[in-house]
Design a protein around this ligand. Sequence first.
Ligand code: URA
Length: 192
Amino acid sequence: MEEELLKIKEKCQDCQKCPLGKTRTNIVFSDGIPNHKLMLIGEAPGFNEDQTGKPFVGRAGQLLDKIFASVGLSREKDVYICNTLKCRPPDNRDPLPAEKEACRPFLDAQLEILKPRLIILCGRVALTSFLTHEKSISKIRGQWFDGPFGSKMMPIFHPSYLLRNQSKAVGSPKWLMWQDIREIKRAYDELE
Ligand code: URA
């Protein structure tokens, strides 16, 4: 599994299929542990990720680590983390449809190699890459949907949205995230 992933990563390092190949510092392929249980798919690298080559290392990433830790999950031991785009869009703008399309084979390869049982779709960009119906993330977050290779997928809020919404009141985005991560942990514990 790790060797297969490495081959795909090497291909990604040479990729010039879209203009982001020219502007990136590093590709951001994955972090965490390759495993068949739990994958998180985020949006795209930001400044810190582009500099380090690691997903979710900025403020949003630190919050994500805390959210996982709150239910006893860790990025080092339990989760494989990647993004819909492997290169940073300039000024952190939303990925363009053509960039998503060019990059998709890398994500599909990661999914095919790992065949994770549970997939967390982190934020709107990841959500709309898999679930094409009209519903917004706030309507369908926290629900399980059928995903590729017999997996279950759950959309959750992006941690950068939580950074902009600090309330922990019942029904707030942070409170909803707490419900969602506990449900993810419950499903994770049920896996053999
Ligand atoms: N936001 C994402 O969606 N992915 C990252 O890797 C960093 C921030």
